[in-house]
Design a protein around this ligand. Structure first.
Ligand SMILES: [Ca+2]
Length: 219
């Protein structure tokens, strides 16, 4: 992709991959790159003779020029496209780009490149395709009492409880070891799993009468 002189260019939810040269080349343009994937291009990911601000994007291949990595970026990690060799740049189930974009970017498109709803699983994906393969399990109502989402998650897991009757919330790993235990539970809880090792965890929610357990996947 080439940006000519003195342009302000905003690139949002775009996938640029397998270009034989630089992913994005700018003369004197001011670039803002958000929720995008620049992976496996021939030379650099971005070469800007002016400036580029990059947020919530997966970048591989290095940069040249006045490049600012603002926040939420993933560097040099395989986006795990479904089948890039045959031109399929949809995200696979285990892609690190699922549910890690920024929902608050201005002028987000309503649909992805396939025409599917843009934000699924509560958080926008990086790149031009929103993954829907896990749509049946991104939001799980365990009983009528509460809901957890998104699942699988890369980072945040949300809990919504219908009643304020939760006594205890425990997250344990696959060996049964307790990782997090919370006793002061609000009706809307958010737990950050970004420091967790990737894998399977169990969430146990205890009310006065019952205990509910649900498997979650940390990507
Ligand atoms: Ca999503």
């Amino acid at each position: 992709m080439y940006c000519s002189t003195n342009a302000d260019v905003t690139i949002t939810n775009t996938t640029i991959s397998y270009s034989s040269d630089v992913g994005i080349l700018c003369d004197a343009a001011t670039l803002t790159i958000t929720n995008s994937i620049l992976w496996s291009n021939g030379a650099l990911a971005v070469n800007s003779n002016s400036s580029a601000d990059i947020s919530y994007s997966l970048i591989e291949g290095g940069t040249q020029g006045n490049i600012q990595f603002i926040e939420g970026n993933i560097i040099n990690e395989d986006p795990l496209f479904v089948n890039p060799a045959s031109g399929d740049f949809h995200l696979s189930d285990n892609s690190p780009c699922v549910n890690v974009g920024n929902n608050d970017v201005e002028d987000l498109p309503e649909n992805d490149l396939d025409g599917n709803q843009r934000i699924q699983g509560g958080i926008i994906d990086m790149g031009c395709y929103e993954t829907s393969v896990i749509s049946s399990i991104v939001q799980t109502t365990i009983n009528e009492g509460f809901t957890i989402f998104p699942n699988p998650t890369n980072r945040i897991i949300n809990f919504e409880f219908a009643d304020n009757n939760i006594e205890k919330l425990i997250i344990s790993d696959i060996t049964g070891k307790t990782i997090i235990k919370k006793i002061d539970i609000q009706q809307n809880e958010m737990i950050d799993l970004s420091s967790f090792v990737k894998g399977i965890y169990f969430i146990s929610v205890q009310t006065e009468e019952e205990v509910y357990t649900k498997k979650i996947i940390k990507r």
